[in-house]
Design a binder for this molecule. Structure first.
Ligand code: HEC
Ligand code: HEC
Length: 238
């Protein structure tokens, strides 16, 4: 039997375009899908807000979207929902950015688990990675963000290709601790953070299982969060 994948092009509230490819007999009926699809965009917005808050180092902005994810009604009882809620509750109660980073990464993994179990693959659109012509702290950070976004799409899709694209750009980031000047002892911490970010790029390229990927992603986000709260720099509030 030949199965033609149904391609849905969606202009969502998000800035990215999204394709869904139902793959196989487990895909639910079309009517159910429409309601679920609408709800999914809400998911994407809320979990994206949690991730952005973590990257920016603002724990106070994690709570509201995390609470929403932990308590909202689902249109259908599908696998992974309880697990997703559990991690969302963990993010809402997180006492520090490291815990919030770990929780939001596990949420993204449970999104991907359910997509896989439901026979869908969510493919997110993306722009070209920042050009290599210009090398500055700002462009290195834009590379970080590009990598973080592609690896994120890799977890949620789930998409092996997206994960690997993100990880390979991460390996290209050339961030020298001396580019970031802070006071006294903090410089040692900056050196440690940049070293860990580099090592993580290699580990992420090698990680094959979704479990190891979500753990690494949590560590990755915690590096952004820690350095941005340490330096008071980072992306502007959304
Ligand atoms: C309980 C199972 C389940 C969970 C958990 C889940 N999804 Fe989905 N998701 C689906 C199904 C089924 C579809 C296909 C719906 C369709 O397109 O008809 C889907 C589709 C999507 C789409 C594409 C919607 C469209 O058609 O434009 C996005 C985006 C999405 N999910 C994001 C997420 C995010 C982000 C999370 C985690 C916060 C998540 N999903 C968690 C089952 C799930
Ligand atoms: C070792 C410290 C450090 C780490 C780690 C770090 N950042 Fe940054 N980030 C900075 C500094 C400093 C700036 C301000 C740069 C500037 O002046 O343009 C910044 C700025 C940014 C900006 C704003 C860039 C712009 O266009 O103005 C983004 C986006 C960003 N970081 C993303 C990330 C992401 C995503 C991560 C984690 C994957 C990360 N950063 C990890 C220190 C860090």
């Amino acid at each position: 039997m030949i199965v033609f994948p149904r391609l849905a092009f969606v202009l969502a509230l998000t800035s990215v375009s999204i394709f869904v490819v139902p793959s196989g007999a487990k895909a639910a009926l079309d009517e159910t899908f429409t309601e679920i699809a609408e709800h999914m965009h809400e998911h994407l917005d809320q979990v994206g807000a949690i991730k952005a808050a973590v990257i920016a180092g603002r724990l106070e902005d994690v709570r509201e979207p995390a609470n929403w994810l932990a308590t909202h009604e689902e249109p259908a009882r599908l696998p992974s929902v309880e697990e997703m809620r559990r991690y969302a509750a963990r993010a809402a109660a997180a006492e520090n950015l490291v815990a919030a980073a770990a929780a939001v990464s596990e949420i993204a993994r449970t999104c991907g688990d359910c997509h896989l179990a439901s026979g869908v693959a969510v493919l997110m659109g993306y722009s070209a990675p920042p050009s290599r012509d210009e090398q500055s702290l700002t462009t290195q950070m834009q590379r970080h963000l590009w990598a973080a976004d592609r690896m994120w799409a890799g977890l949620i899709g789930p998409s092996d290709a997206a994960w690997k694209q993100g990880a390979s750009i991460l390996a290209e980031v050339k961030l020298a601790a001396s580019d970031i000047v802070v006071e006294g002892e903090q410089q040692t911490e900056i050196t440690d953070l940049t070293r860990r970010a580099r090592r993580l790029g290699t580990q992420a390229s090698q990680a094959a299982s979704v479990e190891s990927r979500s753990v690494l992603y949590g560590e990755f986000l915690s590096l952004c969060a820690t350095c941005h709260s340490l330096t008071g720099a980072g992306p502007a509030p959304r």
